[in-house]
Design a protein around this ligand. Structure first.
Ligand code: ADP
Length: 300
């Protein structure tokens, strides 16, 4: 069983010709609402692919909250421990350009209620879990508390360091899997993304006692670093992206699903590349995530 502790947001998508630079105003061509949030997206991605997933997070007592819970449930995510709180559900305002790039601002109202207290009340769930997925759209104190619980109960931690606003390298020390995109990894390592080399990545992995580092590389695929094997580049088939929102989340959910089934790591990375490659060709985040049949059809 996989526990996802994280954000549940309503994505307000603004389709624009180009993403505004500081000081610029642009007009939206279309505005739409989609269920999202990094935590919820990763939970949906994994559940759609057949994993048993429990979501820990908060939604507001509002219409968005009901829609967000419904979307999780429709994909098979267990939501009985999601807490309803007396504030607005969190929202993310996402600008999507014609090229498919995006920029995101999150208002984390309900996500702030994912507190240490809330986790303590639900800590019995960790006794039966094998994997726990974490990202950074909830309070840092809560993340630290979840990491401690995972160590107590011997639950493997998959850490997606995003967004990086409150990042501290101590958070990721000793995690089993660290899965950033290239930009996040270069920021964490204090390097320019075009100067990242395998040697630096392996040194970083060893210094921070990370089990496995998987870096996603957009349309190129991903790279796997660990202490045992050679660095492996898992190339993917480039797709024509129409909306990359949720690509990394789909990758993560699919990767964890495969490793939770004890598949070899290269299989998991290929499986995740295919799942997220399908996702970028469709609009939205959760609603564009593929089913098991769709991914397996392409894998074979
Ligand atoms: P994020 O969404 O977090 O920025 P990436 O851009 O690295 O992360 O994308 C995550 C994964 O999505 C990639 O590793 C790749 O498997 C897949 N992906 C993204 N864009 C494309 C694309 N244009 N064609 C095929 N796969 C893609």
């Amino acid at each position: 069983m996989i526990i996802v502790v994280g954000s549940i947001n309503m994505d307000v998508c603004l389709n624009v010709d180009k993403i505004p630079v500081p000081g610029e105003t642009v007009m939206a061509e279309k505005v739409s609402k989609n269920c999202g949030g990094k935590g919820a997206n990763q939970a949906v991605a994994a559940a759609r692919l057949g994993a048993e997933v429990i979501m820990l997070g908060c939604v507001g007592e509002d219409e968005n909250g009901d829609s967000l819970l419904h979307s999780l449930e429709m994909s098979g995510v267990k939501t009985e421990y999601v807490m309803k709180v007396p504030v607005a559900s969190s929202s993310a305002y996402i600008c999507i350009s014609k090229k498919g790039d995006n920029s995101i601002v999150v208002d984390s109202s309900a996500n702030r209620f994912v507190t240490v207290d809330y986790i303590e009340k639900n800590k019995f769930l960790f006794a039966d879990a094998k994997y726990c997925i974490l990202q950074m759209e909830i309070p840092v104190e809560t993340i630290k508390c979840v990491i401690k619980l995972c160590r107590t109960y011997n639950v493997k931690i998959i850490f997606n360091p995003s967004p990086l606003s409150e990042f501290d390298v101590r958070l990721i020390q000793g995690v089993d899997y660290l899965i950033p995109n290239e930009i996040e990894l270069s920021e964490i390592m204090g390097k320019k993304s075009d100067s990242l080399c395998d040697y630096d990545c392996i040194k970083f992995l060893k210094e921070n006692e990370i089990g496995t580092l998987v870096v996603t590389l957009g349309s190129l695929g991903c790279k796997i670093f660990d202490n045992v094997n050679e660095t492996v580049f898992i190339k993917t088939k480039e797709r024509e992206a129409i909306d990359t929102t949720g690509a990394g989340d789909t990758f993560l959910g699919a990767f964890v699903t495969a490793i939770s089934e004890r598949k070899p790591i290269e299989y998991a990375a290929n499986f995740a590349n295919i799942a997220s490659g399908i996702e970028v060709m469709r609009p939205g985040a959760q609603r564009s995530m593929p089913t098991r049949e769709e991914v397996e059809y392409e894998y074979n």
